[in-house]
Design a protein. Sequence first.
Length: 134
Amino acid sequence: MATSKVTYLGDLRTSCEHLASGSTIITDAPVDNNGKGEAFSPTDLVATAYASCMFTIMGIYCNNHGLEMKHGEATVTKIMGSAPRRIEKIVIEIDLGGNNWDEVETKKVIAAGKACPVAKTLGDNVEIEFTFNY
């Protein structure tokens, strides 16, 4: 079964529908690439998906190991490169404060997150810089 349907709306904008749920996301080309920058760009979604995927895997790890994940918040910065235009670097600052994990548990949760499917997909093609606060 297909995952999504993407429809070009004109003016460098798309509507992306998740077919299983019907939820939609609008994308817009960024200002630095001829767009209006009024919504996530496709590359914004890739960078944002990295942190989202990490939290998902961290949550699964916690569920499977009897840990409670009460808090997780990330700030994501995408840095574009040129020749060819691509995501060159993603900077992710993650706040895991308030989870009451010990040092060993924290390191294991972080390691699980860093091994998420998006991380494995991007591999060595994009530089990733992390800061963890806990």
